[in-house]
Design a protein around this ligand. Structure first.
Ligand code: XIL
Length: 339
């Protein structure tokens, strides 16, 4: 049978999946085998985030990320990096949020970013072909740039610009990506407008941003949040982004099924239909180079344990292409057919 990567290759599209350094993910040989067979790219689900790589000031811990990327290298898979800076304060390490920035706070903020981004990009070197440099800089509630300790001391746009310049310096050959959701949970018109404003501002500054990562945690409530014609709104967003010359990547695809019926057959069909609608439109843009899933089987899916989005009926989520016994679901075929 055709694998996702063999079908995607005909279109020049890379297929990837997130892996974690845990017993049920990389440690589960049968699951890791599914990923290796279906995918040409691996991204670390958590192991290349700031908190994981630099858990204390100046203390770097590369073991778990190296385990995942080492495996990827042995299996002949490419590697994406996620993410050098995750903007919301709740996703920065506590030590960063509580750091004493001293008498020259802008300089100290710059030093912290330089140390982190420089050390991390140089550690992975040319192994990582593409980096999510800044993740989720725009507040979906109002489209404004989110605040954190760095934006407070440097200015928001200046800090984002700096992160990309530092990434370019440390990883001159890597593609540099701005990653955000804009769709799915809280995906709203204001969020998309804010992202477009940010991208336009970065273009004006000459910031080295090569591509926009579309997280693509999609779900059936998009229709409600986005008004009468969500597809048209989404197309307008993609037209605007590609019009500015940015490439696109689907970076964290999964389908939240919390608004679909409990019955498994209709739920799986509903998930596949949502995916098909989304992918038919999004993949119609030749600028999309990568399709990366946020887990390929339900037993590893963050949707299953993510406390903000449980199903009301208590049933477990079925938003990835394989079930928790690694049987293929309609979603797998929907993805393959959409390529
Ligand atoms: C999630 C992971 O899947 C979870 O294991 C972790 O607890 C929280 O982060 N957007 C992103 C990803 O950019 O980094 C998030 O990953 C999912 C949402």
């Amino acid at each position: 049978v055709d694998t996702l990567k063999s079908v995607a290759a005909r279109k020049g599209l890379r297929v990837g999946c997130a892996l974690a350094d845990t017993p049920n993910s990389l440690g589960n040989a049968a699951y890791a085998d599914v990923v290796a067979r279906q995918c040409g790219v691996v991204v670390c689900e958590n192991e290349t985030k700031w908190q994981a790589l630099q858990p204390a000031p100046g203390t770097f811990r590369f073991g778990p990320a190296d385990a995942i990327f080492g495996w990827a290298g042995r299996m002949g898979l490419q590697r994406r990096g996620h993410t050098l800076v995750w903007q919301p304060a709740r996703w920065l390490p506590q030590w960063v949020n509580g750091h004493d920035f001293g008498a020259r706070p802008a300089r100290e903020a710059e030093r912290l970013l330089k140390t982190h981004i420089g050390t991390v990009t140089r550690h992975f070197g040319s192994d990582v072909y593409s980096w999510d440099v800044v993740n989720e800089a725009v507040d979906p509630a109002d489209g404004a740039l989110r605040a954190n300790v760095f934006t407070r001391h440097l200015g928001a746009i200046e800090q984002i610009d700096l992160c990309f310049r530092l990434a370019r310096e440390g990883a001159p050959h890597a593609q540099l990506v701005y990653n955000d959701y804009m769709r799915g949970d809280a995906g709203s018109a204001k969020h998309r407008a804010g992202v477009l404003e940010l991208l336009a501002a970065l273009r004006r500054k000459g910031t080295p941003v090569d591509a926009v990562g579309l997280q693509s945690h999609i779900g059936s409530w998009d229709d409600v949040r986005d008004g009468r014609d969500p597809q048209r709104e989404w197309r307008r967003f993609l037209d605007a982004v590609t019009g500015m010359g940015y490439k696109l990547l689907i970076t964290e695809f999964d389908v939240n099924d919390r608004a679909l019926p409990g019955d498994i057959a209709s739920r799986d069909a509903g998930v596949a239909a949502l995916a098909r609608d989304y992918l038919d439109l999004t993949l119609s843009y030749p600028q999309v180079t990568d399709f990366v899933m946020w887990g390929m089987a339900d037993h590893v899916s963050w949707l299953r344990t993510w406390d903000e989005a449980p199903r009301k009926d208590g049933l477990t989520m079925r938003g990835t292409p394989f079930d928790d016994r690694l049987a293929a679901k309609p979603l797998l075929h929907a993805i393959r057919d959409a390529f």
